[in-house]
Design a binder for this molecule. Structure first.
Ligand SMILES: [Zn+2]
Length: 114
């Protein structure tokens, strides 16, 4: 398993087997993803120090901006919707993708500093 696959599947960077997240979360039920403190297979500690995931916020921001730009291109340039409709669609997409962004940004951050 390479790093990209590990990030997408949310697997431990050390053993590539244990899960980083206990639950995936569901934004429609107002549930954020729950993280494991340590890998259940190899005991690798995911949060190296207090505030380790502060930097993941910037990764999350970059992912959100990429999603918004992609949505803008699709809905405004290709489907030619009005700017107000595009704004609301992008807002909904940002909210719906938030738990996905949360998981991806933390997994990317863990893999970056492994
Ligand atoms: Zn592990």
């Amino acid at each position: 398993m390479n790093k990209v696959e590990g990030v997408i599947k949310g697997k431990c960077p050390n053993c590539k087997n244990g899960d980083i997240f206990e639950t995936k979360g569901n934004i429609f039920l107002f549930r954020m993803p729950l993280m494991n403190d340590k890998c259940k297979d190899c005991n690798f500690k995911f949060e190296k120090e207090t505030g380790f995931f502060f930097g993941a916020m910037f990764v999350s921001y970059a992912i959100a901006v990429a999603e918004m730009i992609a949505s803008l291109v699709v809905f405004w340039m290709f489907l030619d919707l009005s700017p107000l409709k595009v704004f609301f669609i992008i807002s909904v997409i940002a909210v719906v993708c938030s738990s996905f962004n949360f998981r991806m940004s933390r997994a990317i951050w863990i893999y970056m500093f492994y």
